[in-house]
Every structure is written in C-alpha cells, then in structure tokens.
Write a protein that binds this ligand. Structure first.
Ligand code: 3AT
Ligand code: MG
Length: 354
C-alpha cells in the first residue's frame, strides 16, 4: 500500500505540473496586446517630450519583468535627463492637461499624492476588449531596478519561476487577497515571497541570490548606489547560466505544494522578515517589532517583507491584521486542497482558483 500511495502522489504531481503549464500559457498577454501597449508607450512618450524634450518613458512592473498576465495594468516611469526640470507635481498637472486635450484617455492627475502620478484609462473597444489602465510616475529609478532584478530571476529558470509566479498572481486575484488598499498584499509582495522561497527556503535552492554573488569585475560604490541604496546585483544571466546551475530538480507542482505549506505553516510571521537580499531576518534586528499591542508599528508591520534595495521599507506595510488573517486562511485552504490530492489534477486547480 505505501508504494501505491507513493505512485498516486507522483502521478498527481506530474499531472498537476502539466495542468499548471497549460493553465498559465492561456493567461499570457497576446502578441497584439503587447504591440498595442508598446504603441501606447511610444505615443505617451512623444507627448511628454513636448513638455520635457529630454525625457524617456520606460515600462516597469509586470509589463517589464516577465510576470505579466493578460490585460494587466501598465506601469510607466518618466525619466528626465536634464538638470533643470519641473517638479513631479507640476509635471503631473501639465501632463494631465495635455493628455486630456490631445488623447482619448480618461485622465486623472494626482499631483499631490505621496508619489505624484497620472492615472490613465482607455475604454474597451473591439481591438482592445479590456481597455487599458496605466499609471505614469516620475523618476522612480528604484522601481526600474527592482523590476530588472525580478526579470533576471524570471530568466534564470522561466519554466518553474514564471509558472509559479503567474499562477500565484491568478490565485491571489481570484481569492481576493491582492488589494493593498484593502489591507492585503500587492502583486509585488507576492512575487518577493516566491523569490524568497526559491532562494532561501528550498534546499537545494532553485535560484541563486543575485544580490550576494561576487561581481565579475571591480565595481565602484558610485556605480552601485542609488539614492543611498545599494542596488548592485548579478545581472548577466547568460554568463550566470554557464557558472551556476540549480541542483534542485523538483517539479513546479512540488514547489507550489511546498510554497503553500511553508507559508501556511512554517513561516514565522510573528518574528520573521522575508528578505531576498539577506534571507530570513528578525523583526527585532530591523527595529520592525514593537512590544506594545496598541502600537501602530506592530499593526503596520505584522507581515514583514524587506524591499530588495530600500531595505528600511516593508513592502507589506499595508497588510492589516485582518488582511494577514485572510491571507493565511487562504494559504491553508490551498495547502489543504493540494494535500487532499483530488483524483484529477485539473479539479485541484479549479478549486484553488474558485
Ligand atoms: P500586476 O500585474 O500589476 O498585478 P505588478 O508585477 O505590475 O503586478 P505591482 O502592480 O504590485 O506589480 O507593482 C508594480 C511595480 O511597482 C513593481 C515594483 O517595481 C513597484 N512597486 C509596487 N509596490 C511596491 C512597493 N511596496 N515597494 C516598492 N516598489 C513597489
Ligand atoms: Mg502592475
């Protein structure tokens, strides 16, 4: 009987891996969607240059890091290469006016937000059945760098890393635990949890720690510092492939089962900080713990995920006590579904994303 159980488990995992690949493939953006988005970026860049001739408009977030689902939002960042430039809030106001006059976008400038942005959207049309939603921010160079870091992690092992991340993005959206405004976690936060798991929890690791690999040539501090943060990481993925190979051979299904189990059961939410740069840290050592139950710091810092570059910044600071309770409930639910191994893997997948 034990060997029979063993083979039924193997069979389930093999089938579930296959299901995951097939499921995720259909959720990728189409070629047309990518072309339309690139056209929109170019159009917006042309318009912005009528205000700031020295500017460039770059994509970041999922459209640029390889973790994009169909119809995902566009995150754009405007960089201005000249010395004298308008303030971000003036730019937001001016760009808002311009886009309102010259384009069909619905425009919402937020010049006084903590990070001033222009929000744009386009209604659905036959060629663009879901419309487009887009945020334009300014000078957010750290976001461009963390996008590049995630892209490099995706490139090291696309079949496993990208499949896991894309599946989890769908899962957290369907289960409604992906709204920082409502006290749950951003997509960026979930991606960091996956990378943390693959670098620091899995043994042997599925991914190397790109921020701790020795550089191939001496590099100056100036090159690697941005706004006082160390942004260095090993980014030559072609070269890396020749030098490093994971000895972890688990399938994407095994990894996912283990991911849910780890975050449902083993991660130390009360004391731990997930850091992809440094591994598991203690809240105490970062000053993110608070003794008092009433303290707002504790309330804010219940789930702790260190940003890869802005290390004083808790990416999950928006997650509330209730939000984390809900997220952990969902992780347990997922773990339970997978542990029960339904007869057909496709049934497990459907239940997970119900
Ligand atoms: P979606 O496909 O839009 O769901 P995404 O990968 O674009 O997911 P987000 O929209 O959460 O991820 O974030 C877009 C980028 O904005 C990712 C990162 O470069 C930056 N960013 C988002 N949240 C944070 C944060 N809390 N701290 C630092 N950077 C962040
Ligand atoms: Mg996004």
């Amino acid at each position: 009987a034990p060997s029979q159980r063993h083979t039924s488990k193997q069979r389930f995992l093999a089938e579930f891996s296959q299901c995951l690949y097939e499921f995720v493939i259909q959720l990728l953006p189409t070629r047309e969607e990518l072309i339309v988005k690139e056209d929109v970026r170019k159009l917006l860049e042309r318009l912005i240059r009528t205000i700031e001739p020295e500017s460039r408009l770059l994509s970041f977030g999922s459209t640029a890091n390889g973790f994009s689902l169909r119809n995902s939002d566009m995150d754009l960042c405007c960089l201005i290469d000249s010395e004298e430039r308008l303030s971000a809030s003036d730019l937001v106001t001016m760009l808002g006016d311009l886009l309102e006059r010259e384009t069909k976008f619905h425009v919402k400038p937020l010049p006084h937000a903590r990070i001033p942005i222009v929000k744009l959207s386009l209604d659905p049309s036959p060629g663009l059945p879901y419309g487009i939603a887009c945020d334009i921010g300014f000078e957010n160079r750290l976001a461009l760098e963390n996008t590049r870091l995630l892209m490099c992690y995706a490139l090291i092992d696309p079949p496993r890393v990208r499949t896991m991340v894309l599946f989890l993005k769908v899962w957290c959206k369907r289960r409604k635990i992906n709204s920082p405004y409502k006290g749950t976690l951003s997509s960026y936060g979930y991606v960091l949890l996956v990378i943390f798991f693959l670098v620091h929890v899995k043994n042997p690791p599925v991914l190397p720690n790109l921020q701790q690999m020795p550089p191939m040539r001496p590099i100056s501090q100036e090159e690697t510092t941005l706004h006082g943060h160390n942004i260095w990481f090993f980014d030559d993925i072609e070269l890396l492939r020749g030098r490093w190979q994971s000895s972890n051979t688990e399938s994407v299904a095994e990894l996912l089962v283990d991911f849910f189990r780890f975050y449902a059961r083993d991660f130390q939410y009360n004391t731990g900080v997930a850091s992809i740069r440094a591994g598991l840290l203690k809240k105490d050592s970062k000053g993110w713990a608070s003794e008092s139950d009433r303290g707002t710091a504790r309330e804010r810092n219940r789930l702790c995920i260190e940003d890869p570059f802005e290390v004083d910044f808790n990416v999950s600071r928006c997650v509330t006590r209730d939000g984390l309770y809900t997220i952990r409930g969902e992780l347990m639910r997922a773990s339970r579904i997978l542990a029960s191994r339904p007869e057909r893997a496709i049934v497990a997948l459907a239940q997970l994303c119900e």
